[in-house]
Ligand binder design. Structure first.
Ligand code: KG4
Ligand code: ZN
Length: 339
C-alpha cells in the first residue's frame, strides 16, 4: 500500500509517500519533501505563529506536488495527516488540505499524533535497517517536547513522563539566545561543542535522581543565565565551553532517565525521535552508556533529515496504526497529547 503523509504542525511543511506491505516491519520511503519558514523565524529569534501559518499556505500545494513526483493521487491508498499537537493556524492548513484531497479523490484519511509520528521515523527503512523489537522505550526530544513512552506494540503506547517546564530543545534555544546564537540554537550548540573536551561549567542535572520519569530544564536555564551574566566579555572560547557543558548536563539527564526506564520495563529496543535526536554527540553518548551498562538493548536513531519535522514519519505512523476516520470527523487539535 502507498500512503501520502502531510505534516504542517509548526514551521515545516512536509509531504511524503511511503510504501509497505501488510507484513513489513519497516516502510519504504518513495519521496520526502520539506519546506521550512525557519529563516523567517531566525530573524525574530523564535517562531511567530501567524507567520508560520501564512507560510504553510504558500508551501502546501508545491510541497505535495513535489512529493507526488510521477505518482497520481488516484494511485495512492490513503492520506495521513498530523492533527496535533502544534500551532492551530499551521495545523489547519494541513488538515483542511488533507480533508479536501480525501473528499475529492475518495481516499481514506488517517489522523496522526505528531509525537507518535516522531517515534515512527525509526520505522522507515535505511541502510542499517535492523528490526525493532518490542517492548521498546521511546524518548521524544524536540523544541516542544521531552517525553518518555513505553511501546508494548503498535498502538500500545504508555506515557511514562515528560517535562514539567521547558523541553530540551527549548532550553538549547533559550540559552542560545543569551549567547547570541542564531535560532534554532541546537545545531549551533552542537557545532561549537565539538572543539571542547572538558565540562568546565558542570551545570546542574535537574531531576536526574528523581524516582519518576519527569524532566525539568528551566532551572538549568537559570543556572546558565547566571553564569553568562557574570562573564564580563563573552568570547568564542567561553561560548563554546558553555555550549559543551550545557549539552553534557541535558544529555546526562536524558540518557540516565531513559536507561533507567529501559531497565525497569525490561525493553528490547530504545528509540529516539525529535529535533534534538539529530545531535551526533547525543547518539554517541547513548551508545557508550548502553555499552557500559553491558545491556543487549538495541538502539535506534532516525536519519538526520527524519529527526526534525517531516511527513514521512506521519505516513509511517499511519501505516502501523491504520485507523481511518471519515473526513467530516477530522479536526485539528493543538493540545493533543498521549492518550
Ligand atoms: O522536532 P523539531 O524539528 O520541532 C519540534 O517539534 O519542536 O525540533 C526542533 C528542536 C529545536 O529546539 C532545535 O534547537 C533542536 O530541535 N535541534 C537540535 C539539533 N537540531 C535541532 N538540538 C541539538 N542538536 C541538534 N543537532
Ligand atoms: Zn516535532
Amino acid at each position: 500500500m502507498k500512503i501520502l503523509g502531510i505534516e504542517t504542525s509548526c514551521d515545516e511543511t512536509g509531504a511524503a509517500i511511503i510504501e509497505a506491505d501488510k507484513n513489513d516491519n519497516k516502510v519504504k520511503l518513495l519521496s520526502n519533501s520539506v519546506s521550512t519558514s525557519l529563516l523567517l523565524h531566525a530573524k525574530t529569534g523564535g517562531i511567530i505563529p501567524e507567520i508560520a501559518a501564512r507560510e504553510q499556505v504558500k508551501y502546501i500545494i508545491p510541497v505535495i506536488s513535489d512529493a507526488l513526483k510521477g505518482n497520481k493521487i488516484e494511485g495512492l491508498d490513503a492520506i495521513a495527516v498530523t492533527v496535533g499537537p502544534g500551532l492551530i493556524g499551521s495545523l489547519l492548513v494541513g488538515v483542511e488540505t488533507a480533508k479536501t484531497l480525501a473528499y475529492l479523490y475518495k481516499k481514506p484519511i488517517i489522523p496522526v499524533n505528531h509525537l507518535i509520528g516522531h517515534i515512527y521515523s525509526n520505522f522507515i527503512e535505511n541502510q542499517e535497517s535492523e528490526e525493532i523489537d518490542f517492548p521498546a522505550m521511546a524518548l521524544i526530544v524536540s523544541g516542544g517536547h521531552t517525553d518518555l513512552v513505553l511501546i508494548k506494540g503498535h498502538g500500545k503506547i504508555k506515557w511514562l513522563g515528560g517535562t514539567r517546564d521547558d523541553a530540551a530543545g527549548e532550553a538549547f534555544d533559550k540559552i542560545g539566545r543569551l549567547l547570541n546564537l542564531p535560532y534554532p540554537a541546537g545545531p549551533h550548540i552542537e557545532k561549537l561543542s565539538e572543539k571542547i573536551a572538558k565540562d568546565n561549567y558542570r551545570f546542574p542535572r535537574p531531576l536526574i535522581d528523581s524516582d519518576d520519569y519527569d524532566f525539568s530544564f528551566s532551572g538549568l536555564k537559570t543556572a546558565a543565565m547566571r553564569e553568562i551574566q557574570a562573564i564580563e566579555q563573552l568570547n568564542n572560547e567561553t561560548i563554546s565551553d558553555i555550549c559543551f557543558s550545557l549539552q553534557e548536563a541535558v544529555f546526562d539527564v536524558l540518557i540516565t532517565k531513559t536507561l533507567n526506564a529501559a531497565k525497569q520495563y525490561n525493553v528490547k529496543s530504545i528509540l529516539l525521535g525529535g529535533g534534538v535526536s539529530a545531535n551526533q554527540k547525543l547518539k554517541e553518548e547513548f551508545e557508550s552508556a548502553i555499552g557500559s551498562r553491558q545491556s543487549a538493548v538495541k538502539f535506534f536513531v532516525p536519519a538526520k533529515n527524519l529527526s526534525t519535522d517531516n511527513a514521512a514519519m506521519i505516513a509511517s505512523a499511519a501505516f502501523f496504526n491504520y485507523k481511518e476516520v471519515p473526513w467530516q470527523k477530522i479536526t485539528a487539535n493543538p493540545e493533543l497529547y498521549f492518550d
